[in-house]
Design a protein. Structure first.
Length: 89
């Protein structure tokens, strides 16, 4: 199942279709501008971010993490807590 990421914590009214979440049995995958950028493993309740991105994509990641109960104060904290060295999607 896939759906558009809506804004709940961000000051913008919408992300205008540029961020989508795909739900599988074990993962939530955030896709921003056609790139998978963040994964939440539902079995372990751990989030991973693949890299640092543009300011807008970082907003998408922050919103996604916050909506799913993860700490997401700013890009520096997000990369420190969730960045992975190799991509596992």
């Amino acid at each position: 199942m896939s759906y558009e990421l809506y804004t709940k914590f961000d000051s913008r009214a919408s992300f205008y279709g540029k961020a989508h979440v795909t739900e599988t049995d074990n993962k939530l995958i955030l896709c921003s501008y056609s790139t998978d950028v963040c994964v939440i493993d539902l079995k372990t309740n751990k989030a991973t971010v693949n890299s640092g991105y543009s300011m807008t994509t970082n907003r998408h990641i922050k919103e996604f993490l916050k909506q799913n109960g993860f700490k997401a104060e700013n890009t520096k904290q997000i990369l420190k807590d969730y960045l992975i060295k190799e991509v596992v999607l």
